[in-house]
Ligand binder design. Structure first.
Ligand code: GAP
Length: 480
């Protein structure tokens, strides 16, 4: 019998218990909205990234990879609109000082923390983490304007446009941790063109950290202050943009199906004009049905040529390209697909988590226990952090099984060796972390050169030759 009950608490507990994810700096009380990825979490994330990149490259040719800086100057974020607009409405309870996002609560109702109804005015809170580059601040009497990028530009004979002075003046040593990975891609647009001689259309794919000082981080990895994004910026002509947008939507659907997500729980929802950013021409949210409702896991947006136009205005640099056909210059348009790696990892855990209630053979768990709840992560084998586990039936048989395990590990597979506790307990340990296959070496193996392989999802066991273990793993990883 299968029990589909999955809650956030169960996922959080499993992640900690099995070593996927830890609260950051927990010995100091933890840092709210920041998490550390342990061995299994890191492997899981690595597999997600690999599948994402594969799917991006399968959609169109001419995809470049990129890893931009985490810090960007004030002018970059002013050009992108983040300095002015990247904020959430915030409100405090005057009684208990608890802070809320004003758009997430009903201000006519009492504070959920203390029961009083005394609110501050709503203020806009910018979500970017601001910092300062170098040892001096603008307010420091030792501050030398000649050290600023603006002064350097002018000193080198460059013209810093009058209207940009507000952006650069006195703020050249202010930087922000990037709140999205997209902007460093736009800022480097001309570099891609000149160094790789790519022609429109082409894409730039980036996987990396982003930072947002969220007012209320919540639901574990769902909304954090430090998280990873996987973004593709697809530069194209205006004429093909809507068709390319549809191609990307189709490709993203295929991706979610390929990594084994239950497609009944996924929906592609077109944003209404009211929801869209002012520059966005079309935007589709990919949403997953969590126990706390349908929530966005990815945004697919046709951004027009807003980003390149803005950076051109603020930097004073020409970000147009020449069209050989029309013999005219133009600013390319952009279709973007942006998914949070950590949010997707959480989605995969929710989707894969199962509790099977099973009759248990007495020899596995001792007398008096006829039923056992089996926690199993039914992750797609290509996403599972550990691909196979190797068990000697008893410690006496460890030497030959260890040799088999080491051979498979040498081939580059993430595998585990476990010789402690009963076979039943060892199966359960692997089920909980989503290992698709367990191989057991027993006394018969000495004579028939075979092992027993047990399937995580069906728990069916089969006898196979030791010589075909690698092929068996390979076949499992590529199953549709
Ligand atoms: N460049 C477009 C962009 O950043 P977004 O909708 O703000 O768009 C894209 O973010 C994705 O990044 C979201 O769908 C989500 O998966 C992830 N994301 C955004 N904020 C997050 C947060 N605070 N914690 C975890 N993931 C987040």
């Amino acid at each position: 019998m299968e029990n589909p009950t999955v809650t956030l608490d169960k996922i959080v507990a499993l992640c900690k218990r099995k070593g996927f994810i830890y609260q950051s700096a927990s010995i100091y009380g933890g840092l709210n909205g920041v998490y550390d990825f342990a061995h299994l979490g890191t492997l899981l994330k690595k597999n997600i990234r690999a599948e994402w990149l594969k799917s991006i490259n399968a959609t169109f040719d001419d995809i470049l990879e990129f890893e931009g800086g985490l810090l960007g100057p004030h002018a970059e974020w002013e050009a992108s609109g983040h300095v002015e607009n990247f904020s959430d409405p915030m409100v405090d309870c005057l009684n208990c000082k608890h802070r809320f996002r004003a758009d997430e609560i009903d201000l006519s109702k009492p504070c959920a923390n203390c029961g009083q109804t005394k609110w501050t005015d709503i203020r806009q809170f910018n979500l970017m983490f601001k910092t300062q580059i170098g040892a001096i601040s603008n307010d420091d009497p030792g501050f030398q304007p000649s050290l600023t990028a603006m002064a350097d530009t002018v000193a080198q004979g460059g013209v810093y446009p009058e209207k940009n002075r507000g952006a650069g003046h006195g703020k050249a040593n202010i930087a922000y941790l990037r709140p999205e990975t997209a902007q460093p891609i736009f800022v480097n647009f001309k570099n891609f063109i000149s160094t790789y001689r790519v022609k429109i259309p082409f894409g730039v794919a980036q996987m990396g950290k982003s930072f947002r000082n969220e007012i209320t981080p919540k639901q574990f990895l769902f909304r954090t202050r430090e998280f990873e994004q996987m973004e593709i910026e697809w530069f194209c002509k205006e004429e093909t943009a809507l068709k390319d947008f549809d191609t990307w939507c189709e490709s993203r659907k295929k991706f979610y199906s390929n990594i084994g997500l239950n497609m009944q729980k996924i929906r592609f929802r077109e944003q209404t004009p009211d929801e869209r950013a002012h520059y966005s021409i079309r935007c589709t949210d990919v949403e997953y049905e969590f126990p706390f409702g349908f929530k966005e896991i990815e945004g697919i947006a046709y951004r027009g040529n807003y980003d390149l136009t803005q950076h051109s205005k603020f930097s004073g640099k020409d970000l147009t390209v020449f069209d050989e056909e029309t013999r005219k210059t133009y600013t390319p348009h952009v279709v973007e697909c942006s998914v949070g790696t950590d949010r997707l990892l959480l989605t995969l855990l929710f989707d894969a988590y199962h509790e099977d209630i099973q009759a248990v053979p007495a020899e596995a768990f001792g007398e008096g226990r006829e039923q056992e709840t089996r926690i199993v992560l039914k992750l797609h084998p290509k996403i599972a952090p550990i691909k196979a586990a190797f068990f000697p039936l008893v410690k006496k048989l460890s030497v030959p099984m260890l040799a088999i395990y080491k051979n498979i590990k040498k081939l580059g597979y993430e595998v585990d060796f476990d010789e402690s506790a009963s076979i039943g307990k060892r199966y359960r340990r692997q089920d909980e972390i989503g290992t698709p296959l367990c191989f057991t070496y027993d006394f018969d193996s000495e004579n028939d050169n075979c092992v027993t392989v047990r399937d995580r999802d069906t728990t069916i066991q089969q006898r196979i030759s030791i010589d075909i273990i690698e092929d068996y793993i390979k076949k499992t990883l590529t199953k549709g």
